[in-house]
Design a protein around this ligand. Structure first.
Ligand code: MN
Length: 203
């Protein structure tokens, strides 16, 4: 039942019950990271915002090492239901295989790591400085997506892990965090191309 119904049923001049007030619990949303074997193998990092999935293509995949600044190209919004998609995309746009690499929930944070609401989150996206905390299976803790000011194409961002208890110092390779028998890994194993021989220079 709606909050309007709650108000309708009460006469606030005669009851001490609260009339208004907002939860201070952070607005929590879904996130997903899909591994996508298209013409190039890449990762798609998606954050639910305003009913859609804000999306970035991350060629090298996310990292838990704060020293890594992973290029993230902002791409078109995807529908909310895309967060559960895995499978084969037939010939055409994005043709290839999609698998879910990680998923969970997230909320926006301010510069002090304090939760922010959905409105402030949208503002942060607009200003090109988005900070958030992830609760996934692989990705945990605080991250930032920062838009490059003098970006060549205008859609280049950097995905950076903040230093916290989930951060690692050793090199992080998202490819190593995939299941050996995942659909993409099976495809890669079956379609391994032999290394091309370098053309012999004529003297
Ligand atoms: Mn993709």
């Amino acid at each position: 039942m709606s909050l309007a119904k709650y108000k309708e049923k009460r006469n606030f001049t005669s009851t001490p019950e609260p009339q208004a007030g907002k939860s201070t619990f952070p607005d929590s949303f879904s996130f997903v990271v899909q591994r996508h074997k298209a013409s190039h193998l890449h990762y798609d990092f998606r954050l639910e915002m305003g009913g859609v999935l804000k999306s970035w293509a991350v060629p090298r995949g996310p990292s838990l090492n704060p020293a890594d600044k992973r290029l993230a190209m902002m791409v078109e919004d995807h529908p909310y239901d895309y967060k559960d998609f895995k499978g084969v995309i037939p010939s055409g746009y994005g043709a290839g295989i999609v698998e879910i690499w990680d998923k969970g929930s997230y909320h926006g944070i301010d510069e002090h790591g304090k939760p922010i609401d959905a409105k402030k989150l949208k503002t942060a996206l607009k200003t090109g400085n988005l900070k958030f905390s992830l609760k996934g299976k692989k990705l945990k803790g605080d991250f930032a997506l920062v838009k490059l000011k003098n970006a060549e194409k205008g859609n280049e961002w950097l995905l950076i892990k903040h230093r916290d208890k989930y951060a690692v110092d050793q090199p992080y390779d998202s490819e190593e965090e995939t299941l050996k028998n995942s659909p993409i890994n099976k495809w890669l194993a079956e379609n391994k191309k032999p290394l091309k021989k370098k053309p012999v220079k004529k003297q």
